[in-house]
Structure formats: C-alpha cells, structure tokens
Design a binder for this molecule. Structure first.
Ligand code: AKB
Length: 325
C-alpha cells in the first residue's frame, strides 16, 4: 500500500488535498499533519493525524523515519501578506520547513516529494503578461524570496541526490472548504462568503487588479497529475507555471452579481495592493502542458457557479434545525 504524509493538512490546499488523497488511497494510507489539530467536521478529520511543527528538524526526522511514507506533500507555509507582518518567521517556516522535509526525505529514502511554489516568485521586473516559465525572478516579498530559494533548493535535491521532488507555481486559489490564511489573493474567496452573508464586500485591491487564479479542483488535479507523471518526461520538475483563469477583482464581483443580484462591492486598496501589482496577470504554462499534460477544467463562470452552489449548500445544512440533521 502506498503511504503518504501531508504537512499543512489543515490549510486551504491541505484540507482538500488530504481529502482527495484519502479518497484515492484510503484513509489509513494518508497521515495528515498540522501545527494544530483539525477542527471537528473538517474534511481532513476522519483519518490519521499528528501534530507536527515543520521547523522542528528532530520532530520531522522522527516522524518520517517512523511513518516511512512513499510520498510527502509538504504544504505548510506562511503566505505573502502574513509573511510581511513577520518576515523572519516566514523565512524560518518556509525555508527551514522545506529544508527539514527534503533532508528527512533524502535520509529516509522517501520516493517522492511535492512542494508548491507560487506566482509570488515573480516581481516587478518580470513580464506581467503571459509570464514565461523561465524568466526574471526578483520578488519583493519574503514569501516570494522563500519560494524562489525553495525552487532552487528542490532542484538541487533532484540533481545532487536524485530525490524526486516536484512542484507547481500556484496562482491565487479559490476554494469553498478551508479559508486561505493570509495571502494577497484571499479576496477571491472572501468575496464569495461576503456575497452570501452580508451581501457586501470591501475589497482590499483595486477593481482593475488582474491576477491569475485557479479553482480548487484544478489545484488538486495539478498536484496529483504532476506526481503521477513519468519522471524522465519532466525537464523542469519544480516551479511549473499553471494557468487556469485570470480576472480583475471587478470582473469577479460582476460574475458573483450574476448569481446574487443584490451583491455590492467597493474597493479600498491597502498594503496588499503593492504585492498584487508586483505579480503577473497571466502565465505561459506551455511547459506544464507539454511535460505532464496539464489542462484546467474551470473558467470564471463555471467556477463561480460551482463555488456559490457549494457555499449555499453548506449554509443550508448549517442552518437546518438539529432534528432534521
Ligand atoms: C498568496 O496570495 O500569498 C498566495 C499565493 C499566490 O501564493 N495565494
């Protein structure tokens, strides 16, 4: 049986990815770890769980030695906006955590590691439109710096030790389950929740801010498809650009308004605007398409309809009288 270790399993991607891996491989095959235990009712809750601080090299080493996973999905990280509130901590969690995982994988002969990078590797000097796979990477956030360094570190483990480390550069991720935690693209999720709760959202980036985004089912598909690809076919291994959809904050509000006509949105940019302005607005993902067959399923209208359907269903279930549950 294939066994899998997930770090950051309680986070935005970790919650859905852990559930998808358990559906694929069985609950017992997937050991979810997080800095804090999952809340009751979380989709990651049913299977095996251990508390793990990825910055604790001894704890990481002991857990990998004991659990002997075939694959590690290392998702624990501090995102861009929260990273800027404490850059020192962001470096320790993002780089220290990745180094501890790669070392444990190397020493205990883990077959595969997945580590997500981000569009945050790019900066103001990078071409913003159709950003190439291989281009200038001079980010202005500590999160971005840790992602560039992380990509290089992963490539080093591939070439120096033959460790099979793979990863993609995720755009902003839109999801209906766990909320994102401290990213610049968080407005993409918050806008949906606000539309259904108060009917109004004050967006922290300008209306004309265009960023690349991806819907969670495509986000999961990318991780699983890349991990299933034949290693010799991969020329890049890490940091694959992934294009799925791109839209402005105003276009997202308009797409939601088609389903929730009373929804209103105002725009009051804060310090996250500068981060958003330093990132690409569209990506060239030809390498991912060529090397492992990447193809997204969701565009803005399809994602919007699906998101609202899921959130409405959850709200209805939450508001049902106990006797009917
Ligand atoms: C963030 O906004 O920090 C993340 C990312 C694009 O990596 N969602």
């Amino acid at each position: 049986m294939k066994t899998i270790l997930v770090t950051g399993a309680g986070g935005q991607i970790g919650t859905d990815l852990t559930a998808a891996l358990r559906t694929l491989h069985g609950d017992a095959a997937v050991l979810a770890t997080n800095r804090r235990p999952p809340s009751a009712g979380s989709p990651a809750a049913p299977g095996a769980f251990e508390v793990l601080d990825v910055t604790d090299s001894g704890a990481v080493d002991r857990l990998v030695r004991r659990s002997q996973p075939d694959a590690i999905y290392h998702l624990a990280a501090r995102l861009s906006a929260v990273g800027e509130t404490d850059p020192q901590r962001a470096w320790v969690v993002n780089m220290g955590g990745l180094y501890n995982i790669l070392e444990a994988a190397r020493l205990h002969k883990v077959r595969q590691v997945f580590w997500p990078s981000s569009i945050a590797v790019f900066g103001p000097d990078t071409p913003r439109e159709q950003t190439p796979q291989d281009t200038v990477m001079r980010p202005t956030t500590m999160y971005g710096v840790s992602k560039v360094a992380g990509e290089l570190l992963c490539d080093y483990y591939v070439s120096r030790y033959g460790l099979d480390v793979r990863g993609v550069r995720y755009p902003g991720v839109i999801s209906s389950e766990a909320p994102p935690g401290g990213g610049t693209t968080d407005y993409g999720v918050a806008m949906f929740h606000a539309a259904l709760s108060t009917g109004h959202y004050t967006c922290f980036v300008r209306e004309d801010t265009v960023l690349p985004m991806i819907y969670m089912p495509d986000c999961i598909k990318a991780a699983l498809d890349l991990m299933a690809a034949e290693f010799p076919r991969l020329r890049h291994h890490n940091g694959f650009n992934l294009a799925a959809m791109r839209f402005s904050a105003g276009e997202l509000a308009e797409a939601i308004r088609r389903h929730v006509p009373q929804f209103t949105c105002t725009f009051e940019p804060d310090e996250r605007q500068a981060i958003a302005d330093s990132w690409p607005s569209s990506l060239d993902d030809a390498a991912a398409r060529r090397e492992w067959g990447w193809r997204p399923d969701y565009d803005l209208p399809r994602m919007t309809a699906d998101m609202l359907g899921r959130l409405r269903a959850r709200r209805a279930a939450e508001h049902q009288p106990r006797s009917l549950q």
